[in-house]
Design a protein around this ligand. Structure first.
Ligand SMILES: *Cc1c(COP(=O)(O)O)cnc(C)c1O
Length: 414
């Protein structure tokens, strides 16, 4: 970073952030460490190019090499997911969703999606988000007893509400989703099915989560969560929707695509084709299940009683601790998590009753079951004794030991 160094203020922020990432236990379920190849593509000169339009049909000259990079991203994604059509231009997962709505809906049409308060995502019709302002929304949640999706209930709501689009997929749902059942529900009410696999796309690649491809009309995703790529989005769809989706992304909602990020997406998709990626995802799930078991052994309750995926939703209700405070207690010793609503939460989103944990980033560092037990016990001890300074000091040392034992970005020199 020879040149950035001359801007002392920005350089300092970047350097400190690198140190934070190296020295902390990153357990935010939606985060990961992108490879250095992904970082290099993201920081490349492809950033400089305007390439509005599609491959071979750009609005500016000089796009022959940009086309090469974007073709690689598209072809690799098609192969990786077995998709008929791919658009890799959405700047983020939310933009991917926005493009799908623009392509498939008119303002005022109805969406049926998972409630944000029970595991959904802002861009699935929250009143705070464009999706809830432009479209009508009906929500399904989880069953009060199992805290899992009740497909019979989803069908009932779908029949009552007659949505044009049904969305499956969320941000804080720890269980597998049955897309075949969602497809049957969508067919029964003549709705299209969109699957938002932003969180579990990596698990789908590794065949550790049901595959939405046979069932969904359209699939949206991010590349930066379990896929461990650059921060960005993409859309997979059936051929009959290809033109509508492409036009919705550009000129519908975006101008020039971020071709440096698209090149990084291509790198990420190639990395996800390697056999080591499947092993990585298997370890992500093993780690989540050992972490869940460790927390349960320590007397914690988990939403739905456990996990089938990379994420865990921890209930803090019997600890007399709010999510905000829990997040802060752990961050103070370098364990990064996020506060989260739990189903039927009695508290508000700003300080809810849950804490969301994930294993993708720790697994990227090489941590396995043994470390998950240590970390699960550490989290339990910290949350149960949150006023104990000695325990906090001990925890800081343990975090330092673990992060040194499992270094990340070893040869990244800032
Ligand atoms: C993370 C996520 C997104 C999109 O996230 P961005 O921050 O906009 O990239 C969309 N849907 C779901 C379900 C997500 O979890």
């Amino acid at each position: 970073m020879k040149y950035l160094k001359t801007d002392k203020q920005v350089y300092a922020a970047v350097q400190k952030e690198l140190a934070r990432q190296k020295d902390g236990l990153e357990m935010i379920a939606s985060e990961n460490y992108a490879s250095q190849a992904v970082l290099e593509a993201s920081g490349s000169v492809l950033m400089n190019k305007y390439s509005e339009g599609q491959i071979g049909k750009r609005y500016y000259s000089g796009n022959q090499f940009i086309d090469e990079a974007e073709s690689l991203a598209i072809e690799r994604a098609k192969k990786l997911f077995g998709a008929e059509h791919v658009n890799v231009q959405p700047h983020s997962g939310s933009q991917a969703n926005m493009a799908v709505y623009l392509a498939l809906l008119n303002p005022g049409d109805k969406i049926l999606a998972m409630n944000l308060a029970q595991g959904g995502h802002l861009s699935h019709g929250s009143h705070l988000n464009f999706s809830g302002k432009i479209y009508k929304v009906a929500f399904y949640g989880v069953d009060k007893n199992t805290e899992e999706i009740n497909y019979g209930n989803v069908l009932e709501i779908a029949q009552r509400e007659a949505p044009k689009l049904i969305i499956a997929g969320g941000s804080a749902y720890a269980r597998q989703i049955d897309f075949e059942k969602f497809k049957k529900i969508a067919d029964a009410v003549n709705a299209k099915l969109m699957v938002d696999m932003a969180h579990f796309a990596g698990l789908v690649v590794a065949k550790l989560h049901p595959d939405p491809i046979p069932y969904a009309d359209v699939i949206t995703s991010t590349t930066h969560k379990t896929l461990a790529g650059p921060r960005g989005g993409f859309i997979l769809c059936k051929k009959y929707l290809a033109e509508k989706i492409d036009k919705a992304v550009f000129p519908g909602i975006q101008g020039g695509p971020l071709e440096n990020i698209i090149a990084a997406k291509a790198v990420c998709f190639a990395e996800a084709m390697k056999p080591t990626f499947k092993k990585y995802q298997q370890q992500v799930i093993k780690n989540a299940s050992v972490l869940a078991a460790t927390l349960i052994n320590n007397g914690f309750e988990l939403v739905s009683g456990g996990t089938d995926t990379h994420l865990i939703l921890l209930k803090l209700t019997n600890l007399r601790l709010g999510g905000q405070q829990a997040e802060e207690i752990l961050a103070r010793v370098g364990i990064y998590t996020n506060k989260n609503l739990i189903p039927f939460d009695a508290r508000k989103a700003a300080d809810p009753s849950g804490l969301r944990l994930g294993t993708p980033a720790l697994t990227t560092r090489g941590m396995k079951e043994k470390e998950m037990k240590i970390i699960g016990n550490l989290i339990s001890e910290l949350l149960k004794n949150h006023e104990d300074a000695i325990i906090q000091e001990k925890a800081k040392k343990q975090v330092a030991q673990l992060t040194h034992q499992f270094p990340i970005y070893k040869d990244l020199k800032y």
